[in-house]
Design a protein around this ligand. Structure first.
Ligand code: AMP
Ligand code: MG
Length: 391
């Protein structure tokens, strides 16, 4: 049995970063930027007004001064003649500041007198001009790798990129194993259950930016498992679920041996999730998850998520651990790292669920955190600071 940390390092050693592809900007939400993007323009590309008002020269701006309004500068329709000190140009937010002007007096601060304006007694002394390049200027760089979110996409669009280079989505093939399993929507026999794990794991992979394919359910015999493993060809990573322990019908070890697995590890000192297995079949990484629904998902958060990120060229690191006080005492822990289903309360404290059965999906769904108890941790009183990961 190896530690969670060692298992993750071994998984990273199996991970290959996916190639780069160029895609339309509209399709890049959640994708990972593969190469830095450097601005070739300034934004704004000209000095522009931050308010609706009048562009003037502030040289002898004072209460009562009158300016002759000689034209208008609207967004997309500049006023292109230089103005002198007694002249003003009606201006709107985002419009170009005319040459000769260096100040925008906001419309509330003047009296409009037909052809001219007069400055009121109280007026805002800020210039309300956005200088050329004050947002970003030529050379400004969006660094890679980066998971692209709405805010990044706005910036990249403003930099005038229509297509960008991203990492290809890792192709994940997911195999459920078990004679007792049917897919959601089918009619299970009285001794059957739904292959729910495949759907949770597929969703978790896709949430990380992968492309997941759920293969047909493998029956509990070597022939069936080996056949379905063959269907996974072309995947960047294979994930099997169930059949990972040492029972009579736990055949993942034997089936993967038969198809020539180069095993990296089997069994991790964690709870739930001990019978985790990983290796390579013909250079394709394969991970064998335990079948218990909570165990599979916990291994997903702890191992699959960082693995997906590694394959997308992101930093190779474990799922971030945060700290919060635990609202209840907890007993001492055994030799395996324990991931306890918990709720992070609105007061900032973690409340572990009373029942930690690794088959209880509804309880996992009600949780929003996994409180981590290190191997051999001593019993703790309420309010002790504990590590957790968000789920
Ligand atoms: P196993 O490791 O195959 O013995 O599975 C352990 C437990 O998880 C058993 O109760 C299985 O019925 C259940 N199980 C296995 N695979 C799945 C799956 N894909 N979805 C939901 N439950 C599963
Ligand atoms: Mg099974």
């Amino acid at each position: 049995m190896i530690s969670v940390h060692e298992a993750l390092e071994k998984l990273f050693a199996l991970a290959k970063v996916t190639p780069v592809e160029k895609i339309e900007l509209r399709k890049c939400l959640g994708r990972v930027l593969a190469a830095p993007l450097r601005a070739t323009r300034n934004n704004p590309p000209f000095p522009s007004s931050a308010m609706d008002g009048y562009a003037i020269n502030k040289k002898d701006l004072k209460f009562g001064k009158e300016f002759k309004v000689i034209g208008e500068s609207a967004a997309g329709h500049s006023y292109n003649v230089p103005i002198d000190q007694n002249e003003a140009v009606r201006i709107f937010t985002g419009s170009r500041i005319p040459d000769g002007a260096n100040f925008v007096i906001i419309q509330e601060d003047v009296e409009a007198l037909g052809e001219s304006i007069r400055v009121k007694e109280q007026f805002d002394k800020k210039s309300h001009i956005r200088m050329e390049g004050s947002d970003f200027s030529i050379g400004h760089t969006v660094m890679a790798p980066l998971i692209l979110r709405a805010k990044d996409i706005s910036l990249i669009a403003a930099m005038n990129f229509s297509h960008i280079s991203v990492r290809k989505k890792p192709k994940v093939a997911i195999i459920s194993t078990g004679d007792e399993l049917v897919f959601p929507g089918e009619t299970p026999k009285s001794d059957q259950i739904i292959a729910s794990n495949a759907f949770g794991i597929a969703a978790l992979c896709e949430d990380c930016g992968a492309d997941a394919r759920i293969l047909p359910i493998a029956q509990d015999n070597l022939k069936s498992i080996e056949y379905i493993l063959g269907l996974a060809q072309g995947a960047d990573v294979i994930i099997t679920i169930g059949g990972a322990s040492v029972g009579k019908y736990d055949l993942i070890n034997a089936a993967t041996n038969n198809v020539g697995i180069d095993k990296s590890f089997y069994k991790v000192a964690m709870r739930p999730g001990k019978p985790l297995m990983a290796g390579k079949i013909n250079s394709t990484p394969i991970i064998g998850l335990p079948g218990n629904p909570v165990s599979a998902l916990v291994c997903g958060y702890v191992f699959i998520k960082p693995l997906m990120h590694a394959m997308l060229g992101l930093e190779r690191k474990s799922t971030p651990r945060l700290k919060a006080p635990c609202s209840t005492p907890i007993l001492e822990n055994g030799p395996r790292e324990h991931y306890m289903r918990a709720v992070l309360l609105s007061n900032g404290c973690l409340k572990p669920a009373e029942n930690q059965d690794s088959a209880r999906l509804a309880l996992l769904s009600d949780s929003n955190a996994l409180l981590i108890r290190p191997p051999y941790a001593k019993a703790i009183p309420a309010d002790t600071l504990c590590e957790y990961i968000k789920i």
